[in-house]
Design a protein around this ligand. Sequence first.
Ligand code: HEC
Ligand code: HEC
Length: 491
Amino acid sequence: MKRSHVLKPIAACTRRTLLIFSTFFPPAAAILLCDGMLNGAPAASPAAPAPTNEPQGGHESPELSVVAQLGRKMFYDPSLSGSGHLSCASCHSPASAYGPPNDLAVQFGGRDLRKPGLRAVPSLTYIGRTPIFTIGPNSNIADYDEPPQARVPVPGVKIAPVAKADAAAAKEAYETVPRGGLDWAGGAKALLAEADENVPRGGLDWDGRATTIQRQALGSLLDPNGMHNNSVAEVLDHIKRAPYAEDLRDLFGPTLFEQPVLAVNEALFAIVRYQLEEPSFHPYDSKYDAYLAGKATLSAAEARGLRLFEDPNKGNCSSCHIDKPSRDGRLPPTFTDYQFEALGAPRNQGIPANSDPNYYDLGLCGPLRKDYANTAAYCGLFRTPSLRNVATRKVFFHNGVFHSLEEVMHFYVERETNPTKWYPKLANGEIDRYNDLPARYKQSIDAIDAPFNRKEGDEPALNDAEIADVIAFLKALTDGYRPEQPDGAVP
Ligand code: HEC
Ligand code: HEC
């Protein structure tokens, strides 16, 4: 073990510490740590060894600091769970871009491993780039240095789709009722401006409730549908008995376990370091990365797919799934703007919690987070996920309702044109549109921007051939592209 690689405890999280961290990364990849914005960065070497599901204990990796090596042991350690059988890697499988290892909408956890989860398991690749949760002015950029101050939304706050819909309605009313006294220009613009001032962004989990990766890790360890420790004390108890307890004492001092809060924090910190340092969490070696670097040419289908992905009247995907590097060109795109949207995914009856007709997963307004329970405009919103490695997934969207990229794409373009395909019928014969949201929140759903701006019976924004092209492009976002393999197949 190289003692020089020992990191200081998180308590000493200062500029100086940041400098210490940055010695492990190329200067361009300095990492902001602390319990604040966490910022991953391109790996130094794209040829990182492929991780496996094998127990990873014991051996050392030259790329990882000692703390991260400890974190790796914890990431793969099932004894940290209440059941004794689940590790982080059980749900975040390294063979599936640290996403779910199977096609189940939700995984099973709890003390007896029989408690179904509430949401689909996200991929953990590139999570280091996730900004902390904030509500602030709209800034359509994929990364920034100084996060704006989080603020409490003003009561009655509008979010963009609602404000846009209201603005459109105001305009229409003005046009159809001449001299109706509606100040369209003023009123509608004010609505849009207000919405633009109150944009929620960032945070970990589908609802952004975990402010930082460190808090997220504790949430995973306590999750009653996941690793289900009954308390932080139980987590600590497991850590103390683990074979790496000695490593923790070595790293953080012989009296560490006499300070339970500090001990748990250091352990969580190690899990975070592993997720940030391990190159396979952020290899940036997809075909699209090679293309951006001028080292690969997209196939005809991929190139057409990229154009459709960016076309504001067709896919319009890149308006949320940003596909351009950061403005200074240093950071490759992560394919998300980290903002929250309500896309109206159909209710997934495959999630047992949904057998209760009164249970709704409303994302940003709860029930898993409580702080915006009374902000109606936030109900039904989920954080836009990264699309890197999305083609390796077998379940899609927060509720895992879709099982292939084809299905996802057809939903995007046919949600409005052919709603009967996606939503059930009510007793009175009407279509129960957006059936995973109570009626009072349905106005949050975006039907103003492409590809949702077509009406029932219209041609979808993308036809089958165009959908195939977009999917070809999405497949170019899978890490592990090796130019010597002509089709870019990922081993
Ligand atoms: C039983 C399956 C399961 C286990 C075990 C599990 N997770 Fe997760 N993880 C999930 C689910 C489901 C979510 C999404 C939760 C949500 O949105 O409410 C998630 C979310 C995350 C996220 C947020 C990703 C993002 O894009 O916002 C991180 C980071 C994470 N898990 C890390 C871990 C770590 C570290 C461990 C081990 C300490 C762990 N997970 C154990 C299922 C699991
Ligand atoms: C208005 C913003 C927005 C636009 C435009 C948009 N997306 Fe999304 N995308 C999201 C959000 C938000 C989710 C998650 C929704 C949920 O879970 O309920 C998502 C989820 C996805 C997923 C599933 C990812 C996963 O891990 O489950 C795929 C694939 C996807 N989008 C591709 C696309 C493509 C392709 C387009 C263009 C045709 C597109 N998106 C347009 C915001 C957007």
